[in-house]
Design a protein around this ligand. Structure first.
Ligand code: LLP
Length: 379
C-alpha cells in the first residue's frame, strides 16, 4: 500500500488509517460476485462501526448485522433501512428487543427458546409481530482459532440440532412470532471454503427434513466468516468473494423464491485499515532490540487476545532491515505486536503501520491505563 506519509505525519498517533478506495473496490467486488438477486449481504458492523465506514457500506447498498441496541441505533443513524437490519446475539435484553421492534428491524436471529418467548411476549405487548430466524448450531469445525469458532456443539451459540424441531414448533404456538428462516454461523477467519460446503450440505438435509413435515422457510442466513490474507495484504487486498459465493451457489439447494443472507464483517473491512503508530524508543537488550511504539494492546488487542498476526511495516524508514520486537507501552507483558519482526532500520519518530487492522481493531479499543482511544483518518 502507498501510504500518504505527509498526511499521516500531521495526525496524532496512534490512529487508524482507512483506505477508502480499497474499501470501495472491495464493496464493488462483492456486488459483482453475487450469483443472483436472492443473495443478500449484511455488513456485520461489530467488525468496525466507524461512521465513515458505515456510510460507505450503506452507499454500496448492503444491509446490517447488529448485535446490540447500540449497533441498531448506529445503523439507523448511518441511514440503513430498518428492514435490512438483522439482530443477533445470545443475550438480547428487553430494552434492546423493544428498540428493535419499534424500529421495525428485518429479523431477529434467535438463539434460545427462552429468548423466543421473551420476544413474543414483548412484541405481543407492543402490538407487533417479530420476524425470527432460528440460529442453528450445525456442529461444524471451522478449523479456525478456538476463540472464534462458534459452530461446534459445546458452544454457547445457537440451538443444537436435536432441539431444533421443538423450537420451530414453539414458534407456531407463540402469538407474536413469525418464523421466516434458519440462521447459521460457523466461525470467523475461515480461509478455506470446505467448511462452508459442509454447512450447505447440513442445510440441505435440514430443509429436506422440515419440508417432509410441511415446514418451509423464506430465508436462509449463513452468517459470516470469510477470512482474509493477513500475511500478504498487498498481494491479496480483496478477498476471493467469487469462490466464496460460488461455494454456496454450487452446494446449497435454495428453494424457489428463497433468499440467502450473509453477515460478512472481516472480509469487507479488514484490509482497508492500518493502525499507524510512532516509535517512541528503540531499546537495545542483550540479545534483542525493541521498537517501543505509542500504540498498545488498548488500540489493537488482537495480537494479545488471539495471538493474531498483523504484518508490520516501517513506512518512513529506508535503512537496511533489522530484527525488532515491536511492543506497546501498556503495563502487561502480552502487550507485544510482533517478536522478531524484520523492519527497515527503525529510529525514534518513525511511523509503523500494522496492516489488515480494519476489522476488530478500532472497535475493540479500550481505555485501559486511562489512555485515549485511537483516532482515525480516512482517505
Ligand atoms: N455473524 C455472526 C453471528 C457472528 O458471530 C460474526 C462474528 C459474524 C457474523 C461476522 O463474522 P466475520 O465475517 O467478521 O468473520 N474479534 C474476533 C472476531 C470475532 C467474530 C465474532 N463473530 C477477531 O478479532 O478475530
Amino acid at each position: 500500500m502507498n501510504f500518504p506519509i505527509d498526511l499521516l505525519r500531521q495526525e496524532q498517533t496512534p490512529f487508524y488509517f482507512y483506505d477508502m478506495e480499497l474499501l470501495g473496490r472491495t464493496l464493488d467486488e462483492i456486488k459483482a460476485s453475487l450469483p443472483s438477486e436472492a443473495y443478500k449481504v449484511h455488513y456485520a458492523m461489530k467488525a468496525n462501526a466507524n461512521p465513515a465506514i458505515l456510510s460507505a457500506v450503506r452507499g454500496a447498498g448492503l444491509g446490517v448485522d447488529a448485535v446490540s441496541g447500540g449497533e441498531i441505533a448506529a445503523a439507523l443513524e448511518a441511514g440503513f433501512e430498518a428492514g435490512r437490519i438483522v439482530f443477533a446475539g445470545v443475550g438480547k435484553t428487553d430494552a434492546e428487543i423493544e428498540l428493535a421492534l419499534s424500529a421495525g428491524i428485518g429479523c431477529f436471529n434467535v438463539e434460545s427458546e427462552a429468548e423466543l418467548e421473551v420476544i413474543s411476549e414483548i412484541a405481543d405487548r407492543m402490538g407487533a409481530t417479530a420476524n425470527v430466524a432460528i440460529r442453528v448450531n450445525p456442529n461444524i469445525d471451522a478449523h479456525t482459532h478456538h476463540y472464534i469458532t462458534t459452530g461446534l456443539a459445546e458452544n454457547k451459540f445457537g440451538i443444537n440440532i436435536e432441539l431444533l424441531d421443538h423450537v420451530v414448533d414453539r414458534c407456531g404456538e407463540l402469538p407474536a412470532i413469525k418464523l421466516v428462516g434458519l440462521h447459521f454461523h460457523i466461525g470467523s477467519q475461515i480461509t478455506d471454503n470446505t467448511p462452508f460446503g459442509i454447512l450447505c450440505e447440513r442445510i440441505n438435509e435440514l430443509q429436506d427434513s422440515f419440508e417432509s413435515r410441511g415446514i418451509s422457510f423464506c430465508s436462509i442466513n449463513v452468517g459470516g466468516g470469510l477470512g482474509i490474507d493477513y500475511d500478504n495484504p498487498d498481494a491479496n487486498p480483496v478477498p476471493d468473494f467469487r469462490s466464496y459465493f460460488n461455494t454456496f451457489a454450487a452446494n446449497l439447494k435454495l428453494r424457489p423464491g428463497q433468499e440467502l443472507h450473509f453477515e460478512l464483517g472481516r472480509s469487507i473491512v479488514a484490509q482497508c485499515g492500518s493502525l499507524i503508530t510512532k516509535v517512541i524508543y528503540v531499546k537495545k537488550g542483550t540479545e534483542k532490540q525493541f521498537a517501543i511504539v505509542d500504540a498498545g494492546m488498548t488500540d489493537l488487542i488482537r495480537p494479545a487476545l488471539y495471538q493474531a498476526y498483523h504484518k508490520i511495516e516501517n513506512i518512513t524508514g529506508t535503512g537496511k532491515p533489522e530484527k525488532y520486537d515491536v511492543v506497546g507501552p501498556i503495563c502487561e507483558s502480552s502487550d507485544v505486536f510482533e517478536e522478531n519482526a524484520i523492519l527497515a532500520k527503525v529510529s525514534r519518530g518513525d511511523l509503523l503501520a500494522l496492516r489488515s487492522a480494519g476489522a476488530y481493531g478500532e472497535i475493540m479499543a479500550s481505555r485501559y491505563n486511562l489512555r485515549k482511544l485511537p483516532g482515525s483518518l480516512c482517505r
